[in-house]
Write a protein that binds this ligand. Sequence first.
Ligand code: NAD
Length: 445
Amino acid sequence: MKRVSVIGLGYVGLTFAACLADRGFEVLGVEVDKEKLKIIASGSSPFYEEGLKDILRKVIPGGYFKVTGDVSKAVKESDVTFVCVGTPSNPDGSVDLSQVEGAVKCVGRALSEKKGYHLVVIRSTVPPGTTDNLVKDVLESESGKMVGKDFGLCFNPEFFREGKAVEDTLNPDRLVIGAVDQRSAKELMEFYRDFYGDRMPSTIITNPINAELIKYANNAFLAMKISFANMFARLCEKLPGADVKVVMEGIGLDKRIGKAFLGAGLGWGGSCLPKDTRAILTFAKNLGFDLKLVRATVEVNEEQIDHAISLAEKMLRGLEGKTVSVLGLAFKPGTDDIRESRAIKLVEKLTEKGARVKVHDPKALDNARKVLGNKVEYSISIEECLRGSDLCILATEWPEYRRIKPRDLRKLMRSPAMLDCRRLYNPKDFKGVKFMAIGLGDQEH
Ligand code: NAD
């Protein structure tokens, strides 16, 4: 299966398509957004992701990766189709499956005119039961063919981290394959063996509902780890000498816990954890079940922004009329994605409280402008952002912010003060300036 079609060229689809093409697969990418399609066809990327542009610059002119707006053509000219369209939240927290349904309908229609076996793989995050019910039903009714006999169907979730998407696509921790029948599983395994060669990751082969649950349980667990760190951060702040960073480092070395995702800060945002925790909570609620730990995980996360605001208010004795510099707007370093970014929420609350807000981000300023408009002042350098300000809030831990020293604050700011909301700095380095951090108890004792 060397001929691949990928439907939906967002963060997931474009990264996957580019990596496949780079490994010699013939890839046809389908995207409905004409603007995005134009950018990709020119060999560039509509969003920032480390290493992606370099691959696109090779595979687009090289002809390994072609793009089109026509699903039918893409399905007919490939052996396997990966569906990577968006699954945003509905207002009630449930998943809006209209993009999946729309894409799968087109795939089904194309299959009706195609001879030979074809494998359909859902990579979008979908609620438990979607592959076996909605997707299978639509594909069968639109194609007039039978899954398991005429075509294959798998749910194969994506677990990559934005900012490390290329690296994670090439070296995932594991693959999860939820197949409706044995042949589909075998075909997808063969496809991945071809892609990964002798670096084939550990693979779990199961049914679609378990695979769908694995994806949601995975994200709920990751979110829970961060909220756990934030819960202890709040306790540490009440205890002189306590530091959540040390406490989490201490527990993270326990192999049963692991050190990833224990960073206290503003909480989790982005395009996945917020919508996926909402989705699984709503899904369970509709079955009459309360996922209590996930509910608490979300509650702790929601409180964290107000808590950061209260620390800022304490440092400045009120925010009205004060100038605040916010460093970092992307939902995490390494991306320009601001979807459900905690930093953006923080900025919005600061402006509501009457602060004059100056913002900086190495990659996400253009995206931020679309949502923050003229509510804030945009700075193209860190220095410009800090100049004349009363408080600096570190909101996204881009590595370039590490180089900020207390002397920079003293030189540039009206009153040198730092609120470290991502625990980037060593408090000892900031002696002599007003310094507070999430999860840091009074250090004078
Ligand atoms: P995205 O919104 O960036 O991209 C989806 C793309 O699909 C858009 O460009 C949209 O225009 C396109 N599209 C929609 N319908 C289409 C159709 N019928 N034909 C062709 N194109 C179509 O979303 P994303 O961040 O890439 O996420 C995609 C899915 O993967 C979601 O279900 C998400 O939950 C999941 N996921 C995302 C990440 C992540 O970090 N972004 C990680 C793991 C899983």
